[in-house]
Design a protein around this ligand. Structure first.
Ligand SMILES: NC(=O)c1ccc[n+]([C@@H]2O[C@H](COP(=O)([O-])OP(=O)(O)OC[C@H]3O[C@@H](n4cnc5c(N)ncnc54)[C@H](OP(=O)(O)O)[C@@H]3O)[C@@H](O)[C@H]2O)c1
Length: 337
């Protein structure tokens, strides 16, 4: 026994799963013992991850009785039914999908087109945003890591909402790189379809909106209404969320609220210049800038959708849940330009 936590990654050949493998393979407290994929089953790990010294072959499903934690990177609606089996086998679960993020079971048929298959687990699932829920994570057996857009939008808005400095509805104009759509083949993300073009989508309501509303509701008695419009940008990775709302106080007070809210946070930083996605790329950072145009606050938040927007945040939650230093395995090499 190595004394390390034995981990499985389900969906290890997708973008979120591959990012997790890269992070966990060098994590000093983790032994990566199972990687799953239906299409890669039977193939040696080394063929898919030649840069890591990983021994073994892909399997179609995790054997949760052999690990202490399953990191699930399966599509939504797929892992929801499997999580119970993993938990009953004794593993803890860190889920990158949307399956356990929303507390209200009635929202799943509305946003995910099916009744939740394990709605009794929703109450115990911890929303895996450490900036808001670090205190709930140490005992968590099931962690629901928030969506990439939602992470950016919530981190961009939480201090203002908590401080009562939002005097209007909020508009979140969000942009994402194409890896946010995953690795599976899909006409909408073919090179010729996304290159040199830009467009909004899900204008009538994106699935990450209820996550944002749920979390902001936990910060104020009367949280603002939110209009959230995502855009697909011809870049590989990154999210930029630009949040607009009427200021309920002076800009200096808003800036102070953000600096205080994030003063102890290792990965969310208030920065003096408007952040770009490249600044946060390949890191677990969320960079937040607070500014105004007249009475209108303009808060921008940038992060890497695959790291702070998914698998890096999953590792951050795992670290807290297993009593480790929250930063372990998340020190990023400088990637610039
Ligand atoms: N991409 C992002 O930026 C991002 C950010 C935050 C959260 N997430 C969430 O993370 C999860 C994975 O996203 P992704 O972008 O990594 O997707 P992806 O690249 O499409 O990967 C999906 C993975 O799931 C497996 N899979 C697909 N259908 C399956 C099924 N029916 N049963 C079992 N395994 C199945 C795939 O492998 P096989 O087909 O070989 O089994 C693959 O390993 C999703 O829930 C997504 O919403 C993604």
């Amino acid at each position: 026994m190595s004394g390390k936590t034995r981990a499985a990654v389900a969906g290890a050949n997708g973008y979120a799963g591959m990012t997790l493998v890269h992070l966990l393979a060098r994590h000093p407290a983790v032994e990566l013992v199972q990687l799953t994929s239906r299409s890669q089953a039977g193939r040696p790990y080394a063929e898919v991850f030649p840069l890591h010294d990983l021994k073994g072959e892909f399997r179609p499903e995790p054997d949760a009785s052999q690990v202490e934690v399953v990191f699930s990177c399966l599509p939504h609606n797929v892992g929801a039914a499997k999580a119970r089996e993993w938990l009953e086998a004794g593993a803890r679960v860190v889920d990158m999908s949307a399956d356990f993020r929303l507390k209200d079971p009635a929202l799943y048929p509305v946003w995910y087109r099916q009744e939740h298959p394990a709605s009794d687990l929703l109450a115990s699932a911890v929303f895996g945003l450490p900036e808001l829920h670090a205190a709930d994570l140490p005992e968590a057996r099931l962690v629901a890591v928030p969506g990439c857009y939602s992470t950016a939008a919530i981190l961009g808005l939480a201090p203002a909402v908590a401080a009562g400095l939002v005097a209007s509805d909020v508009i979140v104009d969000a942009k994402s790189g194409v890896s946010g759509a995953g690795r599976s083949l899909n006409l909408g993300v073919h090179f010729a379809e996304v290159n040199e073009t830009l467009g909004a989508y899900a204008i009538t309501g994106h699935r990450h909106l209820p996550e944002v509303l749920q979390e902001l509701a936990g910060l104020a008695d009367k949280p603002p209404d939110v209009t959230f419009v995502p855009h697909l940008v011809p870049m590989t990775r990154g999210i930029l969320a630009t949040c607009y709302f009427d200021l309920a106080g002076p800009l200096a007070q808003l800036e102070q609220a953000y600096r205080e809210f994030y003063s102890e946070q290792p990965f969310t930083r208030v920065v003096d210049r408007t952040p770009t996605t490249k600044l946060a790329s390949h890191t677990n950072l969320c960079l937040v800038n607070v500014a105004a145009q007249g009475h209108k606050a303009v808060v921008t938040a940038a992060l890497d959708n695959l790291v702070k927007g998914a698998s890096g945040q999953g590792v951050e939650c795992f670290n807290i849940a297993f009593g480790l230093d929250r930063r372990l395995g998340l020190e990023a090499a400088l990637q610039w330009p």
